[in-house]
Write a protein that binds this ligand. Sequence first.
Ligand code: PLP
Length: 474
Amino acid sequence: MQYLSTRGGMNAASFSSILLEGLAPDGGLVVPNIYPKYDIRKWVKKTNIGYLDLAKDIILNFAPEIPSEELSAILNNAYNTEKFQSSVIAPLNMLGDSLAVLELSNGPTYAFKDIAMQLLGELFSRQLNLEDKYLNILGATSGDTGSSAEYAMRGRDRIKVFMLSPKDRMSEFQKAQMYTLTDNNIHNIVVDGVFDQCQQIVKNLAEDLDFKKSTNLGMVNSINWARICGQIIYYFYGFLQAKNCGWVDNKISFVVPTGNFGNVLAGHIARQMGLPIYRLIIATNENNILEECINCGIYRPRPAQNVFNTSSPSMDIAAASNFERYVFDLCDRDPTYHNQVWQELKINGCINFKANGMYKKIIEKNSPYSLFAGKSDHKQRIKTIRFLWNKFQRLIDPHTADGFSVGMNIMEKDEKIIVLETAKPIKFAETIKEALGFKPQIPTKIVNLVNLDQKFVSMKANIKDIKTYMENNV
Ligand SMILES: *Cc1c(COP(=O)(O)O)cnc(C)c1O
């Protein structure tokens, strides 16, 4: 297995050598040179399929250079009962005959990003040990990604994390989660500004090549390949659990609450590997650039100031950074053609899939690239949270509600739908209260967190100050 760039300007490279970077040197994204075929039939008849066994079997395809016992140790450290509340890691819960929720947010920060980040933490440590190197991770967060990264990287002796977060813009819950980490390698930088300013500072520093080199700067953003790799597993796992629960016919679909197209890309890859997904359905909120692309044929990112603040904030995006990997596949993985398509985006501000002839591939049901999409607004999410609570006594968060709202709307007769749960409701207590009149119960772990001392530094949204702080602390 080798890795290439979607833009064609990178020599074939191994998993280990692309692990710490997401972006290829030519500005494209790294992708595996082929999608390995994976036969799940050997698992279908088994009961009690272990998440770790399945993960190991799949990841070895993408990272063949990691010795098998080492990979076992990595997976044991990343996914265990202590971190994910049970050894099932990603349990599937049936809701009636044709709906199910795949729980992906049982990890340390109650968001599905933990699944990718926990693996990344272990893989990074291994690689840095092998190369005798150190890494300083810089990021910006509006909540979920930052805490997930910090919990995955805390206490690692070759890694430091510098996480910018906007002052007074996160929930008490999110603040408590992040700022009570007292590990020496975690630096919470509270910026007097909004998330976009934090993100812009990170971008500018990452483009400062001298600084990047002198500080061994790295990123854990959503284009990191290993994160995607870690997410492929639960599509297989969810599918197998559904089969075991008696969903024997072949119309099993996934609904994916989507922001940067990372999660749904993993589903696309699982399907390329042979998982017989009936439909892959994207759910967006009011920031519906992907829904618009699939239903109208035009992909048009929006300027940051046109992004709505919604009640499913982790999906409030201006552009879908992982979409390029999918478009590369649509272009039959021809980098020259793919570059032309991406050039169109640069020149016209959009990609018109109807004009370039690729729209059929996106919408025809039997195309291996087909996607379906819907969107929800705040009212629909509230209604959906109520519906699931009243009908199944199942509490879901507003992102997962996006998924159910779209899924139940678009569903065909005989179709069975697995909705991916991307966060626990406790992270969005205000929205739950609006829907149901009560707030979700706070886990004991968290109740105690709120009383602990918080550790962070406060800074102006000033790139020079932040640069200096980092130089003094790396
Ligand atoms: C990050 C996130 C998403 C979106 O995931 P993508 O991989 O960016 O599509 C959805 N829901 C929650 C809760 C998230 O944290």
